[in-house]
Design a protein around this ligand. Structure first.
Ligand SMILES: Cc1ncc(COP(=O)(O)O)c(C=O)c1O
Length: 428
């Protein structure tokens, strides 16, 4: 029952079939250095978090300095400057109206917090009907129970379905293809959403979605105008809007936050991954005044509206210090707004490779689909991971989707090198 000497139970991994993990001794810029001396280019920013690359001295120094002052403190009744400062910095940069920062630890907890806030918002207002959630088909919001409930059922979670609460799913048009039917698909999806809302106009409290890019579903992209129209529609019916920008935040889609492409503001936004530039585990759920004020009241009243939620590491000073340093680096770079053009150049090299299609780009994310071999039952893309690794690239396909989501320190030449390797592997 063991895999070598390691005692680690790895995430998303069948341990009985797992190869021993690659031991990483150092990360530097876009590269990871393995114990045998091999270097691999981390083209997925180590699960989409390493915004500025590995081993950034600015982040390391901020964490070290903070650790000498205060490494951890209870966050109820106590606070500290990095937490206060970070909240201010986030509020200044977030879409307008998002003003109240609730810290937690990872993307899933940021989502849980938003779901609980949205649910209690209606309870605090004395509305007993609006208990349902709407979500988009194909959505992924994390692996805790609430986050799994609002996420699409997937191959990861059938065993837990009895534990999850019911969610009504709205269709999302796949509009990256740029085909002529895009508008028709969007109109159809919106009409279906309207029908759902008209059938039960007061049953839903909130809509949750990943704006513009459904990451774990396979980098499925949709247009800002659909996002805007959908948000306007659900607002017509009084729902709260939650944007899960755990993956899309901090420049990933080419703007600081994905919702800025559509010029729509949510009532709640979930942030994590890039928040600390990948240096510390941290998350935040940021609410607007409308949500916050619904929790304002007398703790001793029978309807006590307090939000009773927290985590041991809430507002951890090291995380806050890393996030402040990361925000500073983010202010100094414009590359996330320019990387789409590099992806375009890279994808142009791959046109014509038979089984590759659905090329798509949103800011720093470039993706494509790999079709199964004719007559084959399964897509063999996952098995190509080793071929990329052998060439010095960390790529981790999602089903039939191969994507690049590099750190912002990658050079254009390095990014084109990844596309070059994809071309080699796919034609081999
Ligand atoms: C959109 C989105 N939300 C939430 C999560 C969950 O984040 P975490 O893995 O940090 O719990 C993810 C993780 O990939 C994500 O992509």
């Amino acid at each position: 029952m063991t895999s070598g000497k390691s005692r680690i139970w790895m995430p998303f991994t069948q341990m009985s079939q797992a190869s021993p993990p690659h031991m990483v001794v150092r990360g530097q810029g876009a590269y990871l250095e393995l114990s045998q001396g091999k270097r691999v280019l981390d083209a997925v920013s180590s699960w989409w978090v390493t915004l500025h690359g590995h081993g950034r001295p600015e982040l390391a120094e901020a964490i070290y300095k903070q650790a000498l002052e205060l490494e951890q403190v209870i966050a109820a009744g106590y606070s500290h400057e990095p937490a206060q400062k970070l909240a201010k910095v986030l509020v200044e940069r977030l879409p307008k109206g998002l003003e109240w920062v609730f810290y937690s630890d990872d993307g899933s907890t940021a989502v849980e917090v938003a779901l609980k806030m949205a649910y209690q918002y209606w309870a605090n207002r004395g509305d007993k009907q609006r208990q349902g959630f709407l979500a988009l088909e194909g959505g992924y919001h994390g692996d805790t129970l609430g986050a799994m409930s609002v996420g699409d059922p997937s191959l990861f979670n059938p065993v837990f379905q009895p534990l999850l609460f019911g969610v009504t799913r709205l269709p999302r048009p796949i509009t990256w293809t740029g085909d002529l039917e895009v508008e028709a698909k969007e109109a159809q999806a919106l009409a279906q959403a309207r029908k759902v809302l008209e059938q039960n106009p007061t049953a839903y409290g909130a809509l949750i979605l990943e704006p513009l890019v459904q990451g774990a579903a396979g980098m499925r992209m949709y247009r800002p105008r659909f996002l805007k129209a959908l948000v306007e529609l659900v607002r017509e019916f009084g729902l709260l809007v939650i944007f899960d920008e755990v993956a899309t935040g901090f420049g990933r889609t080419g703007k600081l936050f994905a919702c800025q492409w559509a010029e729509v503001e949510p009532d709640l936004i979930c942030l994590s991954k890039g928040l600390t530039g990948g240096a510390m585990a941290m998350a935040a759920t940021v609410a607007n005044a409308k949500v916050y004020e619904a929790f304002w009241g007398d703790q001793n009243s029978p309807q006590d509206p307090t939000f009773y939620h927290g985590h041991s590491f809430t507002a951890n000073p090291l995380g806050c210090a890393a996030a402040l340093a990361s925000m500073k680096l983010l202010d100094q770079t414009k590359v996330y707004g320019e990387m789409a053009a590099w992806h375009q150049e890279g994808q142009a090299q791959l046109q014509g490779i038979e089984r590759l299609s659905q090329f798509r780009i949103q800011g720093t994310i470039g993706a494509m689909d790999w079709a199964p071999q004719k007559g084959a039952k399964h897509n063999d893309l996952a098995s190509l991971k080793e071929a990329f690794f052998a060439r010095g690239f960390l790529l981790r396909p999602l089903g039939s989707c191969l994507y690049l989501l590099p750190p912002y320190c990658i050079t254009q030449e390095e990014l084109l090198g990844v596309y070059g390797a994809i071309g080699e592997v796919m034609t081999a």
